[in-house]
Write a protein that binds this ligand. Structure first.
Ligand code: GDP
Length: 480
């Protein structure tokens, strides 16, 4: 793994003489056609303010979009499921019921541990992985950090309560992430349970269940009475077959931290959901801006295991620091390399924090330049309005804009004030928020400021559409 100074400079679009100067400052005298090793090259690249990317680095930095696996190496893997829905509709109860009824006892007969995710068995014997933190906060924050964890969303709707605000938010989040939903109509044991009302409510949000002639699976359950659990697991299995989920187990592991904390006795502990490859004791890993040598792996039954393959959640011991939930974990080949990447990321993180303090991240202008750079075809927006009619009119007008190069896409169209959840969604989708005759509440304003999400307010639809139109055609003046 070597590169000439000239070639390195070319790839960065920098002058070779500047690279040579930098090397000199580090005590290395070199000429333009001399070769340097990959490690040195990477330091130079980072030093000059670029993102180092070599084959293994892009693997680490880009996780799933890194080195592609060959089709013949892909093996079926278990689906990863997240439970979402309105508060008190029974998300936690449902996860507990499945855990109690459907988790196969460990060899030690051990009690299942709360490690952030667990695996249950479907009636046909196949495995399903459940993320143990219900709700869209965890889902969205992970997505905001670039981690795609969930394959299927279970939308829990209480049969005695119907579709409520957070049900709608969950639908929007699942949709924005492009993740298929299965509706679990919960609490059907209750005398006032009315599944038909739930189906009809859902229609208004374009969730058409099978009973209504659509293709969204719906299962009636009672988390309390353990009714319909097998049917739910079967529905997940069916959906998973449609998705043809696969991963290559025979490569160095990559995964996502679903939980991480500093444990008094054990030090930093992170629960990793392996996404590709097989993670083993003794592996050297980078997890976010931390690194370590895997000292032990503990599964969801509290058992020590030697390895964990795709879709398996395990606790990882041996990290030098505590990463953050949503961080990616990847195996690298040496401690030196692990340290180097971790250092690099810590430096990047500091820079990012400073940059954030200095100004906002997602503004219309920045978005346009990003779109130009990336050749992105979509201009995503979150639209909130005072009444349904306005929201629909705005969405209709926005979606009619654009040309074949770039078009507006409304990620969420909602009624009511701008909330923290809207900001989280905007962050996850890297977009701005427009409010029509509505304001953001204090929490939302603070979150937007913290995350650098731009919120624009309008009270004339024409102005709103006009601004977006201007942005789309790249003619937006920098001071609006
Ligand atoms: P979450 O906020 O969505 O996680 O909801 P919880 O799981 O905490 O449940 C809220 C309440 O609904 C609790 O009092 C549960 O006991 C109750 N509950 C959950 N599932 C059922 C069910 O299937 N039937 C009945 N009758 N009550 C349920």
């Amino acid at each position: 793994d070597t590169i000439t100074i000239q070639e390195l400079a070319n790839r960065m679009a920098e002058r070779a003489v500047d690279v040579i100067k930098l090397l000199m400052q580090q005590g290395q005298m070199m000429k333009i056609n001399d070769v340097i090793d990959a490690d040195t090259a990477e330091l130079i690249v980072a030093e000059m303010g670029h993102t180092p990317k070599r084959v293994s680095e892009s693997d680490v930095e880009e996780g799933l979009v890194g080195q592609a696996d060959r089709d013949e190496d892909l093996k079926p893997r278990a689906p990863v499921v997240t439970v979402m829905g309105h508060v008190d509709h029974g998300k936690t109860s449902l996860l507990d019921a499945i855990r109690k009824a459907k988790v196969v006892q460990g060899e030690a007969g051990g009690i299942t541990q709360h490690i952030g995710a667990y695996q249950a068995q479907a009636p046909n014997g196949e495995t399903i992985t459940f993320i143990d933190t219900p709700g869209h906060a965890a889902f969205t924050s992970m997505r905001a950090r670039g981690a795609k964890v969930t394959d299927i969303v279970i939308l829990v709707v209480a049969a005695d309560d119907g579709v409520m605000p957070q049900t709608i938010e969950a639908i929007n989040h699942a949709r924005a992430a492009g993740v298929p939903m299965i509706v679990a109509v919960n609490k059907i044991d209750k005398p006032d349970a009315d599944p038909n009302r739930v189906r009809n409510d859902l229609l208004r949000y374009e969730v058409v269940t099978e009973a209504m002639g659509g293709d969204t699976q719906e299962v009636q359950v009672s988390a309390l009475k353990h009714i319909g659990l097998d049917e739910l697991l079967e529905a997940i299995q069916l959906q998973s077959e449609v998705l043809e989920l696969k991963a290559n187990p025979n490569r160095s592991a990559e995964g996502v931290l679903v939980e991480a904390q500093l444990d008094k006795g054990r030090g930093p502990v992170g629960t990793v959901l392996v996404q590709r490859g097989t993670l083993r004791v003794g592996d050297i890993v980078v997890a976010g801006a931390e690194w370590g040598k895997v000292r032990a792996l503990i599964n969801d039954k509290g058992e020590n295991v030697k390895e964990a393959g795709p879709s398996t959640p395990v606790e990882v011991l041996g990290l030098n620091g505590t990463p953050e939930a949503g961080d990616l974990l990847a195996v690298v080949d040496s401690e030196a390399r692990a340290r180097e990447i971790a250092d690099y990321r810590q430096r990047k993180r500091r820079e990012r924090l400073q940059a954030r303090g200095a100004g906002s991240r997602t503004t219309l202008e920045q978005m346009m330049s990003q779109i130009k750079e990336a050749g992105t075809k979509e201009f995503p927006l979150v639209v909130k309005a005072d009444v349904q009619g306005s929201a629909e009119a705005i969405t209709g007008a926005l979606e009619a804009l654009g040309n074949e190069e770039v078009a507006a896409r409304v990620v969420l169209q909602g009624v009511g004030g701008i909330t923290e959840s809207d900001v989280a969604l905007a962050q996850a989708s890297d977009c701005i928020i427009v409010g029509f005759n509505v304001r953001a509440n204090r929490q939302a304003r603070e979150a937007a400021e913290r995350e650098g999400i731009e919120i624009r307010y309008y009270n004339v639809i024409y102005d709103l559409v006009d601004d977006v139109k201007a942005a789309l055609s790249g003619m937006l003046s920098p001071t609006l």
